[in-house]
Unconditional design. Structure first.
Length: 662
């Protein structure tokens, strides 16, 4: 072997040994360093373990948020204040000034509802929805606040009356705090379906064209391990959250078509209505979808902003007799059968003027317009089917003369409908009526149990109120039906989709279901507060010429009906709130004597046995034509100045100077 080979092998072995040695040394140092770092970090990791696990848990919740996905058909609000739906339809809301016809004669109420029926009949487009929403809540003292705001300064009012008045307001304030009084309002919502010629088709391959991109996005977020969940979510999103997009010119044309229907409603409506502004519409829709919120956030003014994510930020969950919308339990009572055999005007007063319904609820009545020709054909086919069924039953029956009473009644109803629709005298319309009851806010389990107990009681009150309508049938919705119906009851979520709660009749008959009657709202600057039989707290101002045009008032009641008590209250409140007021009462029977004594007034009585008189112009010696004394002249002058409301301390007034000379 060559010496050079031996030296090369030896050097290689030495280098290899050194390499292995260095490697083992480095591994040993790395192991020691790792142990040292682990020991040094053990204390810190024990302190931050909860924080780290919480951060990781929060990150996982962001990828898979809790709660069920919510959808809405509202996309945004355009510059005119219309709600723009995802299917291209438009909705406009109106404030309604309810006429105070609660105590009017029947002829006035009939005219009101007949005009309402003509308005419904004037809408010829199929699929339009005209919705009335009567919101009721516990009044916290709206009239009381207006009364306190309108009071004059204490130095300018009569102090004894002000003291009695303050004691009376204490009881009114306590009743308002406990929710004794109720307040309400009525809004009108009109949804017009608009289909433009250039709108993309929503059937056939277009659905698949939306489904596959949505599926790809879901798989990227969830992964292939959640394939079936991604398919379900993609199908829901592509079918329920589809948006009809239009060019600007097409959108303006579609909006103008909807505006024609809105103009027809505004022209034909028998009650005074005012459309929502764009800001009011934003607030109304947002607060209806987010019950936990107390005010709507500032929204962009740009048109076309997508509001769906903003409106659906609050979860609606539950699978029992109630749903939990945010922190509020809600339930629905539906009218399954309309009043029979006659729907009378004023029957909805059991809802609008019921003193037992002083809690938060909304009475909703939807009117859905139909294609009249198709409706007539449908009625005709129904009549034929009933006739065939009646004939078949009669042939098989042992007593052919006996008819099925249910089928006979249905035939008679359909025949009457066809006769009323003949010649275009009446039109057929569909309606559904239901009440959404909202419980008190519940932040924990104990509050939730108490709120649910009150919610059940309120539902019973609503059902009993509907039960006072002859022939009506109302009941609380079952859990499955509640989950299906509640989303469509929110503000702006008007949908022509059938829910199974619709009933068809003529517009003149179903118009009576609209709660368009109400009580008088009271004066703007009241001096007296009273409670109506429906538990509405209103204020009265007898000196407001815009509302009380006659100087004569009349209180009607039977014996011991409270006329004197009410008059005493009006006198006390007026003296306590109106600046420099004087009151004179001619009282027969001394019913106001306790008030005069309490307020320290002057009581002049007629005594048949006494020859004295209260006539300022009368004096002793008048019958003998004797001249009056200086004191008697002073009495007459002072009385005249008082009647003329002349301030005797004003030296610039010539009448005051004349009085001083006398």
């Amino acid at each position: 072997m060559n010496i050079y080979n031996v030296i090369g092998i030896a050097v290689s072995l030495v280098v290899t040994g050194i390499g292995f040695g260095l490697g083992f040394r480095l591994l040993s140092l790395a192991r020691q360093t790792r142990n040292i770092l682990h020991e040094s970090e053990h204390a810190q990791s024990s302190e931050d373990a909860s924080h780290t696990s919480g951060t990781e848990s929060f990150r996982r919740r962001l990828n898979h948020p809790s709660g069920a996905r919510r959808t809405t058909g509202i996309h945004g609000i355009n510059a005119l204040g219309y709600l723009r739906h995802t299917d291209g339809a438009y909705t406009r809301g109106y404030h309604v000034r309810v006429p105070a016809t609660l105590y009017a004669d029947d002829a006035s109420v009939d005219r009101l509802y007949n005009d309402w029926a003509r308005m419904l009949q004037s809408v010829q487009q199929r699929g339009c929805i005209i919705q009335t929403r009567h919101d009721v809540w516990a009044d916290k003292g709206r009239a009381l606040h207006a009364h306190l705001k309108s009071q004059a300064h204490s130095k300018e009012t009569y102090m004894p009356a002000r003291m009695l008045h303050t004691v009376g307001l204490t009881g009114t304030e306590d009743a308002a705090r406990t929710g004794t009084y109720q307040d309400d309002r009525l809004t009108l919502w009109v949804r017009v379906p608009v289909r433009h010629a250039n709108d993309a088709s929503r059937a056939g391959l277009s659905g698949l064209a939306r489904f596959f991109p949505a599926l790809v996005r879901e798989l990227r977020k969830a992964g292939f391990t959640r394939f079936f969940a991604a398919v379900a979510a993609s199908w829901t999103r592509s079918n329920r959250e589809m948006l009809v997009a239009r060019a600007r010119e097409d959108e303006e044309q579609a909006c103008s078509e909807a505006a024609e229907i809105f103009a027809t409603i505004e022209h034909m409506c028998p009650v005074e209505i005012h459309p929502f502004t764009r800001a009011e519409m934003k607030r109304e829709v947002y607060l209806a979808h987010r019950l936990n919120e107390r005010d709507a956030p500032a929204m962009p003014q740009a048109e076309g902003i997508d509001m769906r994510q903003l409106l659906c930020g609050e979860e609606i969950s539950g699978d029992g007799q109630f749903l939990l919308h945010g922190d509020y339990p809600v339930a629905i009572v539906s009218l399954f059968r309309p009043p029979t055999p006659v729907i009378s005007a004023g029957m909805m007063r059991v809802m609008t003027a019921n003193p037992n319904l002083a809690f938060r609820h909304t009475t909703i009545v939807d009117y859905i317009t139909l294609d009249q020709e198709k409706a007539k054909t449908h009625l005709k086919n129904q009549f034929k089917d009933l006739s065939r069924a009646q004939t078949a039953v009669a042939k098989k029956s042992p007593t052919p003369a006996d008819d099925d009473p249910e089928a006979a009644a249905a035939q008679a109803d359909i025949k009457n409908l066809r006769e009323e629709m003949a010649g275009g005298r009446e039109s057929l319309i569909e309606a559904r009526a239901y009440v959404v009851i909202t419980g008190e806010r519940a932040r924990n389990r104990s509050e939730l149990r108490e709120s649910i107990s009150k919610l059940d009681e309120h539902c019973r009150h609503i059902i009993s109120a509907f039960g006072r309508i002859p022939g009506a049938d109302a009941a609380r919705e079952a859990p499955k039906a509640l989950r299906a119906l509640y989303h469509g009851s929110l503000v702006g979520e008007l949908t022509p989709a059938r829910t199974g709660r619709e009933f068809s009749e003529t517009t003149r008959a179903l118009a009576r279901l609209a709660p368009i009657e109400g009580v008088w709202r009271g004066s703007r600057r009241p001096h007296t507060l009273v409670t109506t039989p429906s538990n509405h707290l209103i204020g009265i101002d007898l000196f407001d010429l815009t509302e009380v045009t006659s100087p004569l008032g009349l209180l009607l009641a039977g014996s011991r009906g409270g006329k004197s008590v009410l008059l005493s209250e009006i006198i006390t409140n007026a003296l306590a709130t109106i600046k420099k007021l004087r009151v004179r009462v001619v009282d027969y029977g001394n019913s106001q004597e306790p008030l005069v004594a309490a307020l320290g007034g002057r009581h002049l009585k007629f005594d048949p046995k006494e020859r004295a008189t209260i006539n300022i112009w009368d004096y002793t010696g008048l019958e003998q034509a004797l001249p009056p004394s200086e004191l008697q002249k002073w009495y007459v002058v002072q009385d005249a100045l008082q009647l003329a409301r002349v301030d005797t301390s004003d030296t610039s007034n010539p009448y005051a100077r004349f009085a001083e000379d006398i």
